[in-house]
Design a protein around this ligand. Structure first.
Ligand code: ATP
Length: 328
């Protein structure tokens, strides 16, 4: 029987793995900037495993952006996928493409206790949706719901592109600076790796401070070392993530819990856990009580999106092989 391959393609990194016996095997992370497109990256990955195009039967790719139709363009990098050309180039029988946060959401169904840290205490209501929200190159949002037959339903969306919520006079002042620069201010403009830099510059402008840092990593390092402006960036980022998560929970009725994923928050996890996230999360006026008792976890698992792509492939194959070819 041919092998199955799964991929999780973000703006900065593409992660590939074989999917065997419901497990990831031989995970590799490749920078998207180093390859013309996913076909070339996958061929390079296969070579490292001593494999060739033709040895893979089915592929599931989790892609950053809205997935539909034959042609997919990535939102945050230069890659594109033409389904027909992709299947021909890699000689595969079936390609399942899903939104990266649908995969991330499915990955939450396989998270072990030691792969998550509790941010807010509570008990998940398993008959209600769970929210998955994560800052990386962009801000992703997905919804997860267990169905009566035990399968998992995921609802993809473009929740990173909603308006940035404002909950305090200082946030309104920062928003005005961002509005002058960007016009429409999306949640993702602040809640992403580059968003740390955008937020840092806005705080410096508002407070008349000199610019001293030029990368998200430099801001994180300075913030963790206690430099006041950089520390405020990490704090404000955490609060804005709390507001965005709280809004989504109210909209979706997501009493199944909230999973914080993505590459940015784990880089200042301790600071995040001590931040105003929880206060901002439940800062919803007369509806604040609705947020009480909803558990929030920070996910520390290494490749939850890849695992989720494997779960998607498995669920589709259980329905029928055509489900993979037709990309339901
Ligand atoms: N030390 C750091 N502190 C904060 N952010 C960082 C740090 N190092 C890298 N980043 C940022 O993390 C982001 C990459 O996040 P991630 O590793 O989740 O990548 P990704 O999966 O490609 O993202 P996405 O899926 O959203 O496109 C980049 O915006 C990068 O600038």
């Amino acid at each position: 029987m041919k092998l199955a391959l799964v991929g999780d393609i973000g703006g900065t990194n593409a992660r590939f793995s074989l999917w065997r016996d419901e497990q990831l095997e031989a995970v590799q992370v490749l920078p998207t900037a180093d390859f013309e497109g996913p076909e070339q990256a996958i061929v390079a990955y296969l070579h490292t495993q001593g494999l060739q195009p033709g040895s893979i039967g089915s592929v599931c790719l989790a892609c950053a952006g809205p997935v539909s139709g034959n042609l997919f363009r990535f939102t945050n990098n230069h890659w594109r996928i033409d389904r027909t050309a992709f299947c021909e180039a890699l000689q595969i029988d079936g390609l399942l493409m899903i939104n990266d946060f649908s995969a991330m959401a499915l990955g939450m169904t396989r998270i072990a206790e030691h792969e998550r840290v509790q941010v807010c205490p509570g008990e998940p209501q398993t008959d209600r949706p769970a929210l998955v929200i994560g800052a990386g190159t962009g801000l992703g949002v997905g919804t997860l719901l267990e169905q009566a037959d035990g399968r998992w339903l995921v609802l993809p969306g473009e929740g990173g592109h909603v308006d940035l919520p404002i909950g305090s006079p200082r946030e309104a002042e920062l928003w005005q600076i961002l509005y002058r620069q960007l016009g429409h201010v999306r949640a993702e403009d602040v809640l992403s790796g580059n968003g740390l830099l955008v937020l840092y510059r806005a705080i410096c402008e508002l407070d008349g401070q000199p610019l001293q840092h030029a990368t998200p990593a430099a801001i994180t390092t300075a913030g963790l070392a206690g430099e006041p402006v950089a520390a405020e960036v990490l704090e404000q980022f955490s609060c804005w993530l709390g507001r965005a998560a709280g809004n989504n929970v109210l909209t979706l009725g997501a009493r199944g819990g909230v999973y914080i994923v993505g590459g940015v928050v784990p880089r200042f996890a301790e600071r995040f856990l001590a931040s105003g996230f929880a206060k901002s999360f439940r800062d919803k006026g007369c509806m604040s009580h609705y947020l009480d008792g909803i558990p929030v976890w920070l996910v520390t698992a290494e490749y939850p999106g890849l695992t989720g792509a494997g779960v998607a492939l498995q669920q589709a194959a259980e329905r029928s092989p055509d489900a993979i070819r037709e990309n339901p």
